[in-house]
Design a protein around this ligand. Structure first.
Ligand code: NAP
Length: 451
């Protein structure tokens, strides 16, 4: 086992290992979890009970997850000190145990130098010392501003594919007439694009240097009073994502993989993503795929049996397509920023982020996570919907190959929603529903697993 500063891995249980790129999952795998900030603890405790019950019932006690708490956000600074929102221990544990799950974490967004991890309030003045107590909630957990922990986790562990399945669960209130027609899995590139963090603030010597280089040496024209961001998209980054999306489509009997890009405008980044995606598909999956051009040129528009269609759509068009022709899409592979927008828009179509799951997967580790934030105003109220973490856990169980437990949770969750026993966010959109607390919703799901 690895060397940790403060963490002590459980003595019972075994490590998941990777052999020939395949996960080898023991009956009692050790799985690290991060509870999360704000409403994270409420959601986590509810979700963990659901996972444990599902595994117990599905495998009659022959399998069991051995949970291992690791720290990020508020709990991390409580353990490791005010500057350590994400410790090396946590990264090492996720690398060692290969599969982890997390609740939401605070990410500062405004221009303030400090943020309270207890209530997410951003505060303080540049150059002034750290406030000893939060101006909003009075807690002592006010930490210096940091970049997104979620982004840091993805980049440090090279979790390059953000995977978001979006489908409708019976009974979930939705703003569209036929939410059941949407059933897609979005593969969003997670490590490059405008998220690579190559930005230059207006007024800095770096921004001036970049401006001078681009205007004087490269002959480009743009306003001098600009902030500057760089958007790198690589062949290797693109192709490993598209490979994962096609492998997923093959494994899950999906018929279409759509490359979504803005290549009509950004030719050498977004346009190249499309071209490199097609190239990879043809090179590595030739006997299993048909491109959209081949579909019309050679097959009269009818997809041959057993083949997957690889097509592409321009990003803005795709938003329209998902609303107007949702059932024509199954798996989407797209660069980072498009993926960010499309995932949330698609989630809204089937009832919102409260229930949308996600996973960040690389070649050597996977982290499953809630897609919503910490919903800080509900902290400690046992009120919010744990559906996003519960369904992220379903993805985790599928990743482990523990499908019976995953199926049990989905059936029980659907049944609970159909019984109109839901948390406040769904209740306010459903007629005649009963409001349950976070913990009660989990108990209702567990009850429905047994009946
Ligand atoms: P948020 O935490 O997602 O909450 C915004 C609103 O969405 C809530 O007020 C609530 O709406 C609804 N909501 C969110 N989660 C819910 C749940 N589980 N059940 C029911 N309703 C839910 O977004 P935010 O307030 O903009 O962000 C708060 C903090 O979270 C920020 O620091 C942000 O950066 C961070 N964040 C983290 C992640 C992550 O860790 N993956 C993702 C996004 C944001 P109502 O008020 O209508 O009830």
């Amino acid at each position: 086992m690895g060397q940790y500063k403060l963490l002590i891995p459980p003595v019972h249980g075994e490590r998941i290992i990777l052999k020939n790129d395949q996960l080898q999952v023991p009956d009692q795998p050790i799985i690290p979890f991060i509870e999360g900030d704000g409403t994270g603890p409420d959601i986590w405790h509810a979700s963990q009970r659901v996972f444990d019950s599902a595994v117990q019932i599905a495998f009659q006690g022959k399998k069991k997850i051995i949970w291992f708490e690791v720290f990020a956000g508020l709990k991390s600074i409580q353990k490791y000190g005010i500057e350590t929102v994400l410790s090396d221990d946590t990264l090492a544990a996720i690398s060692e145990f290969k599969v982890a799950i997390k609740g939401p974490l605070t990410t500062p967004v405004g221009g303030f130098p400090y943020v309270c991890l207890a209530c997410s309030k951003e505060q303080g003045t540049e150059g002034e010392p750290r406030p000893k107590k939060c101006v909003n909630c009075g807690s002592e957990w006010v930490t210096p501003r940091f970049r997104s922990l979620n982004v840091a986790l993805r980049q440090k562990l090279d979790l390059y594919a953000c995977i978001r399945p979006v489908r409708w669960y019976k009974g979930v209130p939705s703003p569209v007439k036929h939410p059941e027609l949407l059933d897609i899995v979005i593969f969003r590139e997670n490590t490059e694009d405008v998220y690579a963090g190559i930005e230059f603030e207006l007024g800095t010597p770096d921004a001036k240097q970049v401006y001078e280089f681009l205007t004087q040496k490269m002959g480009k024209k743009f306003r001098e009073d600009s902030g500057i961001g760089i958007k790198p998209i690589s062949v290797s980054g693109t192709q490993r994502l598209v490979r994962k999306a096609i492998q997923y489509a093959l494994a899950h009997h999906r018929k279409t993989v759509t490359l979504v890009h803005k290549g009509n405008i950004q030719k050498f980044t977004e346009g190249a993503f499309r071209d490199w995606g097609y190239q990879l598909a043809v090179k590595e999956f030739r006997d299993k795929i048909v491109t959209e051009k081949e579909l019309w040129d050679q097959f009269g528009g009818k997809l041959p049996d057993g083949k997957i269609l690889i097509n592409d759509r321009i990003a803005d068009q795709m938003f329209q397509q998902l609303l107007l022709r949702p059932n024509e899409y199954e798996v989407v592979a797209t660069p980072n920023l498009n993926g960010d927008y499309i995932s949330d828009a698609a989630a809204a179509q089937v009832g919102g982020l409260g229930i949308a799951p996600g996973a960040n997967i690389g070649d050597s580790a996977a982290v499953f996570e809630a897609t919503h934030g910490t919903a800080p105003k509900y902290t400690g109220q046992d009120r919010v919907n744990p559906g996003s973490v519960i369904l992220s856990g379903v993805m985790m169980l599928e990743h482990l190959g523990w499908q019976p437990a995953a199926d049990l949770i989905v059936q029980a969750l659907e049944k609970t929603i159909a019984q109109k026993r839901v948390t406040y966010d769904f209740e306010r959109q459903m007629e005649g529903a009963k409001i349950l607390k976070t913990s009660e919703f989990a108990s209702a799901i567990i009850e429905n697993m047994q009946s």
